[in-house]
Design a protein around this ligand. Structure first.
Ligand SMILES: *[C@@H]1O[C@H](CO)[C@@H](O)[C@H](O)[C@H]1NC(C)=O
Length: 150
C-alpha cells in the first residue's frame, strides 16, 4: 500500500515537475498567515473547486473572545489556471458577523505563493435603519506559514 502510494506520488511529481519548470502553480491548500497575523488553514480543493478550512483572526471589532471559525469556499477551475481566483465565507463563531473574501492565488517573482484578497465584513445591526453602516471593506495579503516540521 505504501509502495503503491509512493509510486503514484513519484509519477505525479514527475508529471507536475515537467511543465512546472515553466509555470509554478499556486495552491490554496495549506496554512497561511496574513499581514495582520491572522492564520487560516485550507483543506484539499476537490474537483469541483470546493474547499473548506478554518480561520483564526488576530483582530476583531467586537469585545468577544476570539474563536477559531470555519470557512467554506470555491476556487475557479476554468482552464485549470495556475494562478486561480477564489472566494470563501467565514462564519464567525464568536460574533454575529459574516465575512466574504475574494482574491487570487499568485506566484510572485521570487517563486513564493501569495494570496491577494479583499473582504467585506457584515455586522449584524438591530435596526434596518442602521443597514447603511453595517458593512466594512478591507484587503489582506496571505503568505504560506512554514512550520519547523515541514
Ligand atoms: C498564527 O500563527 C503564528 C505561528 O504559528 C503564531 O505565532 C500566531 O500567534 C498565530 N496567530 C494567531 C492569531 O493565533
Amino acid at each position: 500500500m505504501i509502495h503503491a502510494t509512493s509510486s503514484v506520488l513519484l509519477l505525479l511529481s514527475l508529471a507536475l515537475l515537467a511543465p512546472g519548470l515553466t509555470a509554478k502553480k499556486c495552491s490554496l491548500t495549506g496554512k497561511w498567515i496574513n499581514d495582520l497575523g491572522s492564520n487560516m488553514t485550507i483543506g484539499a480543493v476537490n474537483n469541483k473547486g470546493e474547499f473548506s478550512g478554518s480561520y483564526l483572526t488576530a483582530v476583531t471589532s467586537t469585545s468577544n473572545e476570539i474563536r477559531v471559525s470555519p470557512l467554506q469556499g470555491t476556487q475557479n477551475n476554468i482552464n485549470r489556471n495556475s494562478q486561480p481566483t477564489f472566494g470563501f465565507t467565514v462564519n464567525w463563531k464568536f460574533s454575529e458577523s459574516t465575512t466574504v473574501f475574494t482574491g487570487q492565488c499568485f506566484v510572485d517573482k521570487n517563486g513564493k505563493e501569495v494570496l491577494k484578497t479583499m473582504w467585506l465584513l457584515r455586522s449584524r445591526v438591530g435596526d434596518i435603519g442602521d443597514d447603511w453602516k453595517a458593512t466594512m471593506v478591507g484587503n489582506n495579503v496571505f503568505t504560506r506559514l512554514r512550520t519547523l516540521k515541514e
